[in-house]
Ligand binder design. Structure first.
Ligand SMILES: *Cc1c(COP(=O)(O)O)cnc(C)c1O
Length: 461
């Protein structure tokens, strides 16, 4: 097998597509801590969660034991419209770098929504439809999740209300209009339509919003209106489950050619693409079958893994969602207006957090300008214009490849190219004009936000 010439792109055919999602929790010795009800400080019951989330998704959220979960046929059929996604060998980038490393990336930007988020959007819309709901509410930061959710809801005929972080609503009219074209409603957050929105607007006039705040608004609307549930594009364990399709496909493609990655790199906002990409490989590591190096990359402006605390915290600014044990900067942390909107979240997936805590994953943070330099080098050599979020992974993949150039090691590097940058030309404009800022929060700013994390017995940090 090793002697086979590796093509530029490895495509699986439809029959080779994975039929199951892989649930990493089944193989984790230390399971992620349960979600807590902030009122009682007791683990959330399925019944409590079902007020907010669809029934089947609650089951998946709480499922720590089933290793493989069959993907319903309707979802598989939808996946076939834009999957399998290509696994690309970055021959041109390797040549440009002059590295002996072999670089691969899994490109998830080949659908209209432009990112991996569609993998979970269609699953969540499907279970909402199956439950007979009228519609769903959600938030969107950079706009990718709102776009993905509106596509999935249009396909299944569900109503979709998207609370879009205000700075993105204003800076990204294109995404907003894609959302509306697919028939969903885009509402700038903080809005005046919800109690929490009105409260935040009063406290912070002119506030440009945050993911956490938009989440609170979407949850409030869903719980106050019959036939609606809330859906979330990242962070939750169910989302990582759906995103395991990325890793399952990547592994199937690599196995076909006898390739074993040494280093696997993903950008980490809420942790869903990273968790999805590493899933089957991490499964092997957790079961002691094979070893891999996993690296999570976050922006220096919102460094939850590298500078946050491991504690129970609210998932949202409005403190209406369950509490989750995770690496967090505090739900009141307001990241600076980084251009990688999808990475501006104060917390991290409970699964990724636990794996990081237990030493299975490393984390690094990178500055905005160096990320765009990597994006520029990447698009000029590989052709594809990457999303700013994805470019965090590119930056570290390049760093690792350059290390190999020094040491002469022929490592195999796999990274997640989560999306296209077509809708991020404002960010590229700032980079091209040299007006991009590299704000990094001070220790005092972080401490101010982490000091507000609730303290209670069992939540020492
Ligand atoms: C949302 C998004 C991310 C970050 O979200 P995760 O849940 O951490 O994967 C990364 N890249 C793109 C293109 C995104 O849209």
């Amino acid at each position: 097998m090793d002697t086979k010439k590796i093509p530029y792109k490895i495509y699986l055919n439809e029959e080779e597509m994975p039929q199951f999602w892989y649930n990493m929790r089944a193989d984790m010795k230390n399971k992620p801590a349960p979600l807590l009800n902030p009122g009682t400080l007791k683990p959330c019951t399925a019944e409590e969660l079902e007020h907010v989330f669809c029934r089947e998704l609650v089951k998946q959220e709480l499922n720590e034991t089933d290793r493989y979960i069959p993907i319903p046929q309707e979802i598989l059929d939808f996946y076939k419209m834009y999957r399998p996604s290509p696994l690309t060998r970055a021959y041109c980038l390797e040549k440009k770098l002059g590295t002996p490393a072999k670089i691969y990336y899994k490109f998830e930007g080949n659908n209209t929504s432009g990112s991996h988020k569609l993998n979970s959007a269609i699953a969540q819309a499907f279970y909402a439809k199956e439950q007979g709901l009228k519609g769903v509410t959600t938030e969107t930061g950079a706009g990718q999740w709102g776009t993905a959710m509106s596509m999935a809801c249009a396909y299944l005929g569900l109503d979709c209300r998207v609370y879009q972080v205000r700075c993105s609503y204003e800076q990204k009219p294109h995404r907003r209009e894609v959302i509306r074209t697919y028939g969903a409603q885009a509402i700038p957050s903080p809005s005046m339509e919800t109690e929490i929105g009105r409260k935040i607007n009063a406290e912070y006039p002119g506030c440009t919003g945050s993911l956490g705040c938009a989440i609170s608004e979407a949850v409030e609307y869903a719980t106050k209106h019959d036939g609606y549930r809330y859906v979330l594009g990242s962070v939750l364990s169910q989302v990582l489950l759906h995103q395991s399709i990325i890793g399952m496909e990547a592994k199937a493609a690599m196995d076909k050619y006898g390739i074993k990655p040494d280093v696997i790199i993903g950008c980490a906002g809420g942790g869903s693409n990273l968790g999805g990409l590493i899933s089957p490989f991490m499964g092997e590591k957790l079961r002691g079958e094979k070893d891999y190096q996993f690296i999570a990359i976050e922006p220096a402006s919102c460094p939850s893994l590298t500078r946050g605390v491991f504690a129970y915290d609210f998932c949202d600014t409005g403190e209406v969602c369950p509490m989750q044990k995770m690496y967090t900067l505090g739900s009141q942390f307001m990241p600076s207006a980084n251009h990688a909107g999808g990475l501006r979240y104060h917390g991290m997936s409970a699964i990724v957090s636990q794996l990081y805590h237990d030493g299975y994953i490393e984390a690094r943070s990178v500055g905005q300008t160096e990320v765009f330099k990597a994006a520029e080098l990447f698009c000029r050599s590989e052709g594809t214009l990457p999303a700013p979020e994805s470019s965090h992974a590119i930056k570290v993949a390049i760093d690792e490849a350059l290390k190999c150039k020094e040491t002469g090691e022929e490592k195999t590097i796999l990274f997640g190219l989560t999306g296209t940058g077509y809708f991020d030309m404002k960010a590229y404009e700032a980079f091209n004009n040299g007006t991009m800022s590299d704000y990094i929060p001070t220790d005092e700013e972080i401490k101010k936000a982490t000091d507000l994390i609730p303290r209670f017995p069992g939540n020492e940090f």
